[in-house]
Design a protein around this ligand. Structure first.
Ligand code: GLU
Length: 537
């Protein structure tokens, strides 16, 4: 048999925003496909109209695009689902609701060959059965035993079946599980699995009421028609695997049946249970790639809006459940494509660590050039009422007009990038580079400000006044610390007092860095403003 072209798919149901676990599934599929020069297909599984959520499909497409995961088929670069077949999208449409006419014949084929049957039980009748079972402390399943006592084409006379098919429309097609057979399955991550068919229920495959297939039928038919070679999906689908195996067999498609890989769940930070939106709300991190607002107006935060770089998010996700077998943690998407393998995907759940997620972002932030960071920071500065002259490369600061050169912001970004996880942290770290402090931290004033330091700071003032304008940071450093040493003052006390006056509290960047950037005039202005604002008894 010739090796088939590797073709995998991500098949989300548009029932809400895509959980980060779903993004990871898409990512692993994508990496696996690209590694072999194969195809990654995006198929929208929207046959369950009751769970359909408007906007969810668009959200999914936008999320993948933000992550840099572009499907080869099923969606174009603009994020539109392709509706008609073309050379690039031969299996269009890729939205199952638009493929509706395809599935019925497949359901009929199964019935003709004895692998499925019509079931006429009403919802109320089945509900009554469920209640009856509950009363006896058991659970009702439509299976190889109960089906012989229920209303279906296995129990009713042929004419009645004909008649019901013609005159009613709430019947379904159910899969007829073989009796007492061991289904042998192989999973690329979990290995060999066996299950006895007597434990399975006869799942509904097709519904006359809406003329739509259920997930199981549509999924198998489409994977077959779309020539999927591997199904990589979440472990919540593992219980469906025996049915899927049996369906491939019933259709006679075993030859081209895809191989399966079920990914373990993403776990809460404490490792106890599945990572949910509530954990994110409680512990302060997003579980969705993008922000989502539901019909009730409830907002869920997103990695994008929280200031994550998509590259950092993708890198972090890749390592949640997979490892390269080396110490390396930072990977570009292209590097991931190269080294990813299903063999190194772990069987157990992957515990999510919010601090690690931040660490990844910090690493990517550090990789940005100062100029890239300055650009990203500029939009935040605008919101704060600061204008940045984007074409001005030199260092210039106008505190009164709140107008600064791009070069100024660029140099500043170089100084602070080691201290932040996100560009959104920048303002809190360095707002004093744009506005003089309006007040001074009381505890620092108490600690550092007294008659003695006042006398020292006044001398420092004159010393700074006499400073040569051409000095760069190292010379300024030397100029200031040299003077403190010469006078045998306490270095820490002097520098912290200056910091208190420049920043508003005794913390922040190096004094020489501050003086260099804000400039001599602003430096002196801040010292005299503080002396005036803080009288010494
Ligand atoms: N529509 C299913 C989901 O929403 C797809 C499962 C599969 O990949 O087979 O997860």
């Amino acid at each position: 048999m010739t090796e088939r072209k590797r073709r995998v798919r991500f098949a989300p149901s548009p029932t809400g925003p895509l959980h980060m676990g779903g993004v990871r599934t898409a990512l692993y599929n994508y990496l696996y496909a690209k590694q072999a020069g194969g195809d990654f297909i995006l198929r929208i599984e929207d046959t369950d109209s009751q769970r359909f959520v408007p906007g969810a499909e668009k959200y999914i497409i936008e999320s993948l695009k933000w992550c840099g995961i572009y499907p080869d088929e099923g969606v174009d670069a603009e994020g539109n689902v392709i509706e008609t077949p073309s050379e690039r999208h031969p299996h269009a449409p890729y939205r199952q609701s638009q493929r509706k006419p395809i599935y019925r014949a497949y359901a009929e084929q199964l019935i003709e060959n004895g692998y499925a049957y019509y079931a006429f039980d009403s919802a109320e009748e089945l509900d009554a059965k469920r209640k009856e079972a509950e009363a006896n402390k058991s659970t009702f399943t439509y299976n190889y035993i109960t089906r012989m006592e229920l209303k279906n084409s296995l129990t009713l006379p042929a004419e009645e079946v004909e008649n019901l098919l013609k005159t009613t429309n709430n019947w379904t097609v159910r899969f007829k599980n073989p009796e007492n057979r061991v289904v042998e399955m192989d999973d690329l991550i979990r290995g060999h699995i066996e299950i006895n068919t007597n434990t399975l229920d006869d799942k509904v495959l097709w519904k006359a009421a809406d003329q739509l297939p259920t997930y199981h039928l549509a999924n198998i038919v489409d994977d077959h028609l779309m020539e999927i070679t591997e199904v990589i999906r979440g472990e919540e689908w593992l219980p469906s695997l025996p049915l899927h195996y049996l369906l491939y067999e019933a259709f006679g498609w075993q030859e081209s049946q895809p191989r399966f890989a079920h990914l373990s769940l993403l776990l809460k930070p404490d490792g106890k249970g599945k990572l949910s939106k509530r954990d994110g709300d409680r512990l302060g991190f997003p579980v969705f790639p993008l922000k989502w607002v539901n019909a009730e107006g409830e907002v869920s935060r997103g990695y994008r809006e929280d200031g994550y770089y998509p590259e950092a998010f993708v890198n972090m996700l890749a390592l949640l459940g997979w490892n390269p077998g080396t110490e390396q943690e930072l990977f570009t998407l292209d590097e991931l494509i190269e080294v990813f393998s299903l063999e190194r995907v772990i069987k157990s759940g992957a515990r999510f660590n919010p601090d690690k997620a931040k660490w990844f972002n910090q690493e990517y932030l550090r990789k940005q050039t100062n100029s890239q960071l300055a650009e990203q920071f500029s939009s935040i500065l605008e919101e704060k009422g600061v204008t940045v002259e984007s074409n001005e490369k030199g260092i210039r600061a106008d505190f009164e007009g709140k107008n600064f050169s791009f070069g100024y912001v660029e140099s500043l970004c170089g100084l602070i990038k080691e201290r932040a996880h996100f560009v959104a942290d920048f303002w809190d770290i360095c707002s004093y580079f744009f506005i003089a402090p309006a007040s001074y931290a009381e505890k620092d004033v108490k600690k550092f400000w007294n008659a003695e330091t006042k006398a020292i700071i006044e001398k420092m003032y004159s010393h700074i006044e006499a400073m040569d304008h051409q000095m760069q940071v190292p010379q300024i450093e030397e100029y200031l610390t040299g003077y403190v040493k010469e006078n045998e003052w306490k270095m820490g006390a002097v520098m912290n007092t200056l910091r208190l006056f420049f920043v508003g509290e005794a913390k922040g960047l190096g004094i020489a860095d501050i003086v260099y950037l804000i400039g001599q005039k602003e430096t002196l202005g801040r010292i005299s403003a503080a002396i005036e604002a803080l009288p010494v008894e």
